[in-house]
Design a protein around this ligand. Structure first.
Ligand code: NAD
Length: 498
């Protein structure tokens, strides 16, 4: 443990406290005696200051050539590489996931930076021939202005990087409101950008809670783009607020991701994938494997082998390299896990592993829960339908591929899915018919790479995608340009008609 530090908002390049002077603490969920620091408990007036700073910086940044913007992003990624271990340790302390995973989280930000830096020399538009002679035409991307970014706690650096880097490369400026449980990783990330030479005001941070700081950011009339990642409940509310002002909005929300296991699957592969997919990040990934939809002929063997493997998961403080699974993020999230364990029992599902909070010894200082498996789960039970966001997996037996896909699709979410099979025909049917934004074959539902589109269908999103070059569509608008060099008036659709 080190002494807690005092962090401030970043507004126009200055570190300033909340106008109210209020702060909140950032504590380690593995050991709540460990306070990382205090952060400004911001309100609408702090948000207004930050938006004004971003607005003031916009014109200069917009006119900075995109390759130059890319160079700053590239340097920031190099700095993140140098500080990877330090930032990963900070992240484990504030978020709880094990070091191997927080290193991966920082790496994702690094990857995103190098990818987006390259976009500085692409940001491709489209040229296309005109229907008229001596006329040239093309479409180019335009930035929109100030982007308001709201992020969750489970990927405290990766998710801010998915939003900030593409917003910047397109020429926008940014105000970010990081999750109240994990603000430090956003500070660390932005520090790398500052050290890389980012001009003041281009990125601003306002820390605080959703209703007090997040909502004024969404509502501010000078915020032209809102990008939100978090729960479906809050996302819907944000969507309604944005609709009033017709704001551009990207939503990435919850998941209830299925892994289908066919009777011809390689079970060794399945066990490794299921344990990682369900219990990695303590099940706190939007893409976590929360349903194992297994062919009835292999379900007993599958359950006993996953159970045997999951029983041995070493749960504890993520800073200890021997541990494989950390705590839930906070008391409330742990309470949600416990609530769903109770619901599963009441619904008649069979609890075959775990089901309890870990409280003995050092566990008592954190929010730890046992890896938990329910079997004989029915497709319409609440534990099979609702996002739990914890180390709980539900096994649902089925009799055919058709039924498996039907069950997989029968939830309000559509982020990720997977199928384990050695039958290529089954794999292709699943790739076609699983209605999710991401489908894996012979791999669990987690493990996205930054250069493919990331996002989901139904209650997971609003049709936008992060990652890939597709993310650029959130942070830019198309402008079509027509240049007539014929020297006369040429009327489209009229002068070239037969
Ligand atoms: P959350 O919805 O509680 O909070 C997300 C963010 O929204 C936080 O910064 C919070 O302060 C802010 N917020 C809360 N109320 C607000 C309001 N009224 N106005 C504006 N902002 C507000 O979610 P969480 O608990 O931080 O994160 C977990 C959720 O995020 C899960 O549902 C998970 O599936 C989802 N998630 C989705 C993805 C994805 O890409 N699809 C990725 C990670 C997490």
């Amino acid at each position: 443990m080190s002494d807690p530090k005092t962090y401030q908002n970043l507004i126009g390049g200055e570190w300033v406290p909340a106008r109210s002077g209020k702060t909140f603490e950032n504590r380690n969920p593995a050991d709540t005696r460990d306070v990382l620091g205090t952060f400004p408990h911001s309100g609408a007036d702090d948000v207004a200051d930050a938006v004004a700073a971003a607005q003031a910086a916009y014109n200069k940044w917009r006119l900075t050539p995109a390759p130059k913007r890319g160079e700053i992003i590239f340097r920031a990624s190099q700095i993140l590489q140098q500080r990877k271990e330090e930032y990963a340790r900070d992240m484990t302390r504030e978020m709880g996931k094990v070091l191997a995973e927080t290193r991966g989280d920082v790496q994702e930000a690094i990857d995103m930076g190098f990818f987006m830096a390259g976009e500085g020399r692409r940001l491709y538009g489209v040229t296309t021939p005109s229907e008229l002679p001596n006329k040239f035409q093309m479409s180019v991307r335009q930035p929109l202005g100030v982007c308001g970014l709201i992020t969750p706690w489970n990927f405290p650096m990766a998710i801010p990087s998915w939003k900030i880097f593409p917003a910047l490369i397109c020429g926008n400026t940014v105000v970010i409101k990081p999750a109240e449980d994990t603000p430090l990783s956003t500070y660390n990330f932005v520090q790398a950008l500052i050290d890389a030479g980012l001009p003041p005001g281009v990125v601003n941070i306002v820390s605080g809670y959703g209703p007090e700081a997040g909502e004024p950011l969404v509502k501010h009339p000078d915020v032209k783009v809102v990008s939100f990642t978090g729960s479906t409940q809050v996302g819907k509310h944000v969507s309604q607020l944005c609709a009033e002002q017709l704001k551009h909005l990207s939503l990435e929300m919850g998941g209830k991701n299925p892994m289908i296991v066919m009777d011809d699957a390689d079970l060794d592969l399945v066990i490794a994938g299921a344990v990682w997919g369900a219990f990695g990040t303590t099940g706190q990934r939007c893409t976590a494997t929360s349903r194992l939809i297994a062919h009835r002929s292999i379900v007993d063997e599958l359950v006993s082998r996953v159970q045997a493997e999951a029983k041995n998961i070493r749960v504890g403080n993520g800073l200890d390299e021997n541990n494989q699974m950390g705590p839930s993020i906070n008391e409330q999230q742990l309470g949600t896990v416990q609530k769903y364990v109770g619901i599963g029992k009441e619904e008649g599902a069979e609890l075959v592993l775990g089901g309890a909070r870990l409280e003995d010894g050092d566990y008592g200082h954190g929010y730890f829960h046992q890896p938990t498996i329910f079997t004989n789960v029915k497709r319409d039970m609440r534990i099979a339908q609702e996002e739990i966001f914890g180390p709980v997996v539900s096994v649902i037996p089925v009799d055919s591929l058709e039924e498996a896909i039907d069950v997989a699709n029968d939830v309000p979410y559509g982020l990720s899915s997977s199928i384990y099979t050695r039958n290529v025909n089954n794999a292709f049917v699943a790739m076609r018919d699983l209605y999710t934004g991401i489908v894996y074959v012979n791999a669990p539902t987690i493990g996205a790479e930054i250069h493919l589109p990331f996002g989901g269908t139904k209650g997971t999103g609003n049709g936008k995608r992060e990652g890939g070059t597709q993310v650029l569509d959130t942070y830019s608008e198309w402008k079509s340009l027509y240049i007539d060099y014929s020297g006369g008036l040429q009327r489209a659709q009229i002068d070239n008609a037969e």
